[in-house]
Design a protein around this ligand. Sequence first.
Ligand code: 13P
Length: 292
Amino acid sequence: MAIVNAKSILQKATREGYAVGAFNITNLVQMEAVVEAAVGQESPLIIQTSVTPSRFLGREVIVAVYRTLADRAPIPICLHLDHCTDVQYCRQCVDAGYTNIMIDASKQEFEENIRQTREVCEYAHKGGDITVEGELGTVSGVEDQIKVVEDVAQLCNPDAAAEFVMRTGVDLFAPAIGTAHGVYKTANPKVDFARLEKIRKTLTAKGLAVPLVIHGGTGLPEGTVKRLIELGGAKFNVSTELKHTLIDTTFTYIEAHRHEYNPGRIDKAVKEAIKETIHIWIERLGCSGKAE
Ligand code: 13P
């Protein structure tokens, strides 16, 4: 039951009006922490790796750990490659056993974005039950190797979204609607709810309803998260908050135990802290108890 692609769990989330957390991890302790938290709350789960940790740890190693953890977990778990700008690496991750791939050609011209996204979709769909996420418009901020300055970030046009989904065959769609990667500079970031609503309605009217992805989860106010889910956000990406939890917890632990040389204790402290963070997100997204 446990090894699944993203589409299957997100279609259910869209139907039932909740979102699934897609949590970026960079090491094994974090991977175990997100799985343990999701199992504890009987929630579906998407584990994500950006390209740099995927290359650093090795895609086969990540897939082997994922399969081991997912095989024995009584919840559906997807392994997602996040923001990959390299079609060839997307193909390699399909072959390695990732179950969802994000090709991010959003910085390219529209036609080139369609061409690259379609190429990855064709490869992933041919290779088995692997699903694909594409992005239109650009999400500002920094995520791994991708940097988009706020002033040049472009929001997604609803009609272009329909053409993009139809011509690429993507299974999940990430429209840029004003959320951003990293830490928001204001307590109330300007998110274009009306645009998300228009995108969902346009896609539905054209028979192209695919689950919608919200990037830039870190720092979004509770009310914003809730509204985005009501408007159809089904996959919620969270990365920066987990990096901060990892580094801050490690720092605090070492500061308090400067003369202790027991790495296992640092790992334990990090794991507990990450589990707490995931616990809060799972409740916030309404996916607790939704594993089936
Ligand atoms: P944050 O780093 O802002 O949480 O965004 C995560 C994300 O969208 C990853 O794709």
